[in-house]
Write a protein that binds this ligand. Structure first.
Ligand code: NAI
Ligand SMILES: Nc1nc(O)c(N)c(N[C@@H]2O[C@H](COP(=O)(O)O)[C@@H](O)[C@H]2O)n1
Length: 227
């Protein structure tokens, strides 16, 4: 249930076999042109876009809005060109030269735990706001309250596999959209849409309600409401 936290949705792109990158965690182009544009629209319509540190270290995404027209419209509405860019990073490992710092304008937030090395937190605090939540690992519920207090009302989560799971398992996700592409990646060690601990029994599964299916490029976008 939506309480003192942002409306939160996950968007991802996966292969037909549910993988989101290769077994070496190498980024794979799964979406086609139309889907990348859809994703850009979702970013532009969000207050913040969030990824896990695993995604920053693997892909070094900028998480910027790519369309000049959409950036202009945001500015005309009194917003920054880009949504707030957030990294969930328990031990403050985000590189100081990461693309989220180098590219685009707008606010950044690094979410760390109380056990993050003080020197790393100090260095990152010169580039981003630091939000502290949790002891050894970021407490996602505490984080969500902290984001709501910062007027983040609509949060887009862009992976990766571990953060996606953590967010849904913590009951923090309202909607999921996933582009399923026309390829098979394979490999038991390749990240899937949701990794993390998983469940042992059917009763523990997270229930979904299918809201929309939309053929796109050479694949399909599925949109689910999290029950
Ligand atoms: N195809 C797609 O749409 C996307 C694919 N990816 C792929 O996903 C892979 C990265 O995924 P992962 O390695 O799983 O990393 P991740 O991006 O999910 O980050 C996971 C890390 O976040 C940190 N974290 C802190 N507190 C946490 C909490 N409470 N719950 C969960 N995580 C917490 C931990 O250090 C954890 O290892 C890369 O290979 C990347 O290419 C990433 C984004 C989108
Ligand atoms: N939506 C989507 N489709 C794909 O095919 C992808 N490979 C990804 N990957 C993720 O997109 C992010 C890149 O962002 P920037 O272009 O650098 O702003 C990053 O998180 C990738 O893992 N996404």
């Amino acid at each position: 249930m939506l309480k003192d936290r942002p409306f939160t949705f996950i968007n991802s792109a996966m292969s037909a076999d549910g993988k989101i990158s290769t077994k070496k965690r190498k980024q794979v182009k799964i979406s086609g042109k139309t889907d990348f544009d859809r994703v850009d629209g979702l970013r532009a319509g969000s207050d913040a876009v969030m990824v896990g540190i695993g995604t920053v270290l693997a892909d070094d995404p900028s998480l910027t809005v790519k369309s000049e027209e959409r950036r202009r419209k945001r500015v005309e509405s009194g917003l920054d060109e880009n949504p707030v860019r957030i990294v969930v990073d328990s031990q403050a490992r985000t590189p100081l030269d990461a693309d989220i710092f180098k590219k685009g304008t707008g606010k950044r937030i690094i979410v760390v735990s109380r056990s993050a090395p003080a020197d790393r937190v100090e260095a990152l605090s010169k580039k981003a706001e630091i939000l502290v939540a949790g002891e050894c690992q970021v407490d996602l519920v505490e984080m969500a309250h902290g984001l709501k207090n910062r007027e983040i009302n609509r949060l887009m989560v862009e992976g990766g596999a571990t953060l996606n799971w953590g967010m849904v398992r913590s009951g923090l996700v309202d909607e999921i959209s996933v582009f399923v592409g026309n390829l098979i990646i394979g490999g038991k060690d390749a990240p899937t849409f949701m990794d993390g601990e998983g469940i042992l029994e059917r009763e523990e599964a997270i229930g979904l309600e299918l809201k929309k299916f939309e053929p796109m490029d050479e694949g399909i976008v599925l949109t689910w409401r999290v029950k």
